[in-house]
Design a protein around this ligand. Structure first.
Ligand code: ZN
Length: 68
């Protein structure tokens, strides 16, 4: 009998296994390219907390060379 207890967290939206991002302290669903933050040490695995990893470059639209 195998006793491999793995606390594998699953995405609340697509139910795929999540990857833990140690640097950003968050869980990532590679299937949907979204991240779930960890709040107070507890993974906020709610669909409403999903943060898209494919962020559009809206911030790069503003003029970086502002004349004073
Ligand atoms: Zn997912």
């Amino acid at each position: 009998m195998k006793s491999s207890v793995i606390t594998m967290l699953a995405c609340p939206r697509c139910h795929q296994a999540l990857c833990f991002d140690a640097e950003q302290q968050r869980f990532i669903c590679e299937n949907e390219q979204v991240a779930y933050p960890i709040k107070n040490g507890i993974p906020a695995l709610l669909p409403e907390n999903a943060i898209s990893l494919t962020i559009t470059d809206e911030h790069s639209n503003h003029n970086p060379t502002e004349g004073a």
